[in-house]
Every structure is written in C-alpha cells, then in structure tokens.
Design a binder for this molecule. Structure first.
Ligand SMILES: [Zn+2]
Length: 350
C-alpha cells in the first residue's frame, strides 16, 4: 500500500480544487490537488495531506467536460471538473490537450472507432468471442489489470473463501518459495500468493494481475512442496497468459467491448461485476496446455522432476473425481487428467 498520510511543507504549485472520496466512499470532502517535486500527487483535505506515487495513482483521460478522476490504490479518489488544471499538473499544455481532446471526439475518433469495430467484428465472425476476448485482454495495462484483480479478490473472499488455518511455518515456507519463483520473471506483474480455507476443496486459482490463491486442502493433499510449486507454476502460467482476465472479458462481453471502443480501458475494472462467472470457469483446453507447459518448463529449468506435476494432478483428480460440484475445481475446470498427466501408483511417488 502506497497511500501515506504525511504533513509536508508547502508546495509552490497552485492546487487544483476538487473533491476527495476516501476508500469507504463516505461523503466527499473539499480538497485540493498538487504535485511534489518528485512527481508524486498530493491531496490536501483540511489539514491532512495524502500523497501517492505517480506510478500508483491512475488518472483518467480527458474526455470532453467529464470530470477527471485520480484513483489511489485501495479505492480512494480525487475528482475535479478542472480538466485544464489536471493537464497543467500533468505537464501538458491545456491548449494542446483540449485540441487533442476535440480531435479525439471529432471525426478521427469516429473513423478510428469504426475501423476498430469493423476489425473486431471481423475477428468475432471469424474466431468468435474467445479470440476477441484475448485481443481485449492483451490491451489492458498491468496496472489496470491489478486493480481488477483486487476487486475480484474482494468478491472471492466474500463469496467463496475463508481464512486459511494452515500453520504459519507452512505458509511462510511456501511464500518464500513462491517469491523466489516470481522474483526473476520480470513480466510486469506484482505476484502475491494467498492461502485460503473454505469449501472449495483442494484448489488453486489465478486472478488478474498476479494474485495466486491456493487452498489449505490442496496444501494438505500434497506429499511434497515441489508438487505445490508445480501447481503454483501452472497458475503463474495462467497469470502470464491473462487467462482469467480473458475469461472475465468474455463473460462481460458487451461492456468490455464498449470500454475498448470508448478508449477508456480503466473501465475494465468494472469487469469485476462479472466475477460470478469464475464459478463456472472452464478454461479452454489450449489455455490449460499453455499453463501446463509453463509449469513443466519451470520444473525442468529448476532441476525438479516433471513427475511432481503428474503426481499432484493425479492425486487431485482422484480426490475430486466424480464429484459433481457447482464450485470451481482445479480439476473439473481442466481437460481430463489422462490427457495431461502420467499417473503412477502411489507407492512409486515419493
Ligand atoms: Zn489451470
């Protein structure tokens, strides 16, 4: 969390006047916005100062007279109708920004939107919604994807999952291993491993933006940490391929398309309303193969036996086999185990 309250000395920039909404969305309070010399944003509300790094605060694009919005991580927001003021703080000439805005709202945008619409329609007709979802998912900036992941996590935590009851030592050990796996990936994702209990059984899932959830039951089912790491690698493969994001885009269909056509990808966070679709998530076979491929490659390059992955998949299949559950399951959302893993007798697994 990079939201900090400080009492900083005065800034020489004139503030932009607007309203501050805290993360709980209580009543808006009059506030003024300025920038520090290091580029970070500073909101003054009464005698309180709230700062946010430029990389963490999301600024909406100028669109006509629509009020500008600066979103802080965690959900707090600063709103203002002063578009020129925001452009000035962003270091853009208000005249140029207004001109670009007029252009954007003019015929060039209409034409560009039409071309995009034609291209997307052609893509849709030829390859259908999955291909379109992939194209849209690939356009979403990491930062926006992370915001979506946080909202989906809130939903999942409310609806599906409980706190983990695993021992602290176990969690710490696996978290260290996970951090080691992800620190060298350098793919723009801020990975986080979360442990959860609840009624999902042995399960793991990847949320947009790098959140990987593993259930207590899956950890308990494993006979070796490397089996868990293999599952985590599989989920990392889903994150890198933006598979869950694609699924949410697909489930929300029209609203995602509208976000692209309106040129406001920040609206993608609204896809969190499609989170219930995760309940019936069935990743396509090719996405599972892609994630499996990533897991196997990771095991090989780290000197671990691929059979760790096979053993875990086979044990998961045996533990959830035949269960007709409406809950998402690591195995039921995947192609049949005999297509994916070489199962061997339990006595050979060690
Ligand atoms: Zn999967």
């Amino acid at each position: 969390m990079s939201l900090t309250s400080t009492s900083i000395s005065d800034s020489d920039q004139t503030g932009v006047v607007g309203s501050w909404f805290d993360a709980q969305r209580s009543t808006p309070r009059p506030a003024s916005l300025s920038r520090e010399t290091d580029g970070s944003w500073r909101v003054t509300v009464g005698d309180e100062h709230i700062t946010g790094a430029a990389s963490d605060v999301q600024v909406t694009d100028r669109l006509g007279t629509v009020p500008r919005r600066l979103r802080w991580p965690g959900g707090a927001e600063f709103d203002t109708p002063d578009n020129d003021g925001i452009d000035r703080l962003l270091g853009r000439s208000p005249a140029v920004a207004a001109f670009v805005d007029r252009l954007e709202r003019g015929w060039t945008t209409a034409l560009a939107s039409l071309l995009i619409l034609v291209a997307l329609s052609a893509l849709f007709i030829e390859h259908g919604l999955p291909a379109l979802s992939r194209q849209i998912a690939m356009l979403v900036p990491h930062r926006v994807e992370a915001g979506l992941g946080t909202r989906v996590l809130e939903w999942v935590d409310t609806m599906l999952l409980d706190d983990s009851s695993l021992e602290q030592d176990t969690r710490a050990r696996l978290t260290t291993a996970f951090d080691g796996m992800t620190s060298s990936l350098d793919d723009g994702y801020a990975y986080r491993l979360l442990f959860r209990g609840g009624a999902l059984g042995p399960n793991a899932m990847a949320l947009p933006g790098g959140i990987v959830i593993v259930t207590d039951d899956l950890v308990k089912l494993a006979r070796h940490d490397e089996e868990i790491l293999a599952v985590l690698a599989h989920e990392i493969g889903h994150v890198r391929g933006r598979h869950t994001l694609r699924h949410l885009v697909q489930a929300s269909g029209v609203s995602a398309l509208a976000a692209v056509l309106l040129g406001d990808l920040s609206q993608i966070t609204a896809l969190a309303t499609a989170a219930p679709a995760l309940l019936e998530m069935r990743h396509a076979r090719d996405l599972e193969r892609e994630a499996d491929g990533f897991a196997r490659e990771w095991l090989r390059t780290h000197g671990m036996a691929e059979s760790r992955f096979d053993d875990m998949l086979c044990r998961l299949a045996a533990s959830t086999g035949g269960a007709d559950s409406s809950m998402p399951s690591f195995m039921s959302s995947h192609p049949p185990v005999d297509e994916r893993a070489a199962c061997r007798p339990a006595e050979d697994q060690r």
